[in-house]
Write a protein that binds this ligand. Structure first.
Ligand code: KG4
Ligand code: ZN
Length: 356
């Protein structure tokens, strides 16, 4: 990285750092929300054999990758560090060790360059990716984030400070994709491999559960669905009924039926969310929002109800730093983070959603 003299930039620029889970990412984002560069170093190959993210491996890999990723983002943007007006970093929610690597780098840059540090919420950034995609103000809106760590519903009256109004009580939707892929012997991460496998499958072949779909409360549960898939594939423990062999067609049918069950539940809750909060715009972000079947269902919702559905492109759905444009909103509001800022690993959970 170079910080020697550089021509002044006409548009203010910030450098964003994302290391909340298993992607090491950096982006240079201009005040007008154009993304000057975006670099994502995935750790998928490190976690694949475990079928999920191993926190210690993730934080160690961030340590190795962050500086090269930052260098590349700055170089690709064709700028020097002294042209930056702020450093943005995701400080919540996420894996504690992973978040700390990004935050430490961000604090160091902010201190050395003597520019403000902006602490952003990773989940809010997932939703703000939709505003960046739309290219104009999209608030007030309702929002859904479906990722490997979260399945959450938000009311978003303004560009920052979204209100969490619903979430999963157990697994996240992406986590269910990853676990079901493992059951089916498909590769990690499970979302893309299930989507591929499901292409030749029958979404009605298995009647998997749609938990909570019929109830009014904004909450999800995917652990029963995952177990139903396990039993369909391996048989019910203690039962002597034989299950058919797992042929490629059966894998495709299970994948398609599972995907359809997840999509049905997500769509049902989106409809309830829009109704309950009387919103006509829906923002959808997070890795699972890259799913083709879900995107088609959201298109259909838009056509049927006249809701403006805004989906980020798939590259902005999975973890990245370019979605950190929300930092400019915070910049405008003077919401800067002190240099003793800490990470907040957990998303505030809606305890009231648990049990009955
Ligand atoms: O947002 P993300 O990159 O990381 C978290 O913040 O968790 O989401 C990763 C999750 C993984 O569980 C992955 O399987 C899922 O998003 N995913 C998908 C697709 N692409 C990624 N799920 C369904 N369909 C996809 N095409
Ligand atoms: Zn994410």
């Amino acid at each position: 990285m170079s910080s020697s003299a550089a021509p002044p930039s006409s548009v203010p620029l910030l450098l964003a750092i994302e290391s909340s889970c298993d992607e090491t990412a950096a982006a240079v984002i201009a005040r007008d929300l154009t993304v000057r560069s975006t670099v994502v170093a995935s750790q998928d190959e490190l976690h694949e054999r475990f079928g999920g993210v191993v926190p210690e491996i993730a934080s160690r890999a961030h340590l190795e990758r962050l500086l090269p990723v930052l260098d590349e983002a700055v170089q690709r943007a064709g700028i020097r560090l002294n042209q930056l007006s702020a450093i943005a970093v995701a400080t919540e929610p996420g894996l504690v060790g992973s978040l700390l690597v990004g935050l430490t780098a961000a604090k160091t840059l902010a201190a050395v360059l003597d520019i403000p540090l902006i602490a952003i919420n990773h989940i809010e950034a997932h939703l703000y990716a939709c505003r960046m995609t739309a290219g104009e103000d999209v608030f007030p809106a309702a929002g859904m984030v479906v990722s490997g760590g979260h399945t959450s519903l938000f009311d978003c009256p303004e560009p920052t400070g979204y209100q969490l109004v619903g979430s999963t009580i157990d697994d996240a939707a992406g986590e269910a994709f990853d676990k079901v892929a493992r059951i089916l012997g498909l590769s990690y991460p499970g979302g893309p491999s299930i989507q591929r496998a499901a292409e030749g499958g029958d979404p009605a072949a298995f009647g998997f559960p749609r938990t909570f779909l019929q109830e009014d409360r904004l909450r999800f549960s995917f652990s029963g669905l995952k177990t139903a898939v396990l039993y369909a594939v391996q048989g019910i423990p203690g039962s002597h009924r034989e299950v058919p062999p797992l042929t490629p067609q059966r894998v495709a049918d299970v994948a398609a039926s599972f995907e359809q069950a997840v999509v049905d539940v997500l769509m049902g809750k989106c409809r309830q969310l829009l109704r309950q909060y009387n919103r006509r715009t829906l923002l959808v972000g997070g890795g699972v929002a890259a799913n083709r079947r879900l995107r088609e269902a959201l298109d259909q919702l838009a056509t049927e109800t006249g809701t403006r559905v805004i989906l980020a492109p798939p590259s902005l759905c999975t973890d990245n730093a370019a979605m950190a444009g929300i930092a400019w909103e915070q910049y405008d509001r003077g919401q800067f983070a002190p240099l003793d800022t800490d990470v907040t690993p957990g998303l505030v959970r809606l305890e009231s959603l648990r049990g009955r």
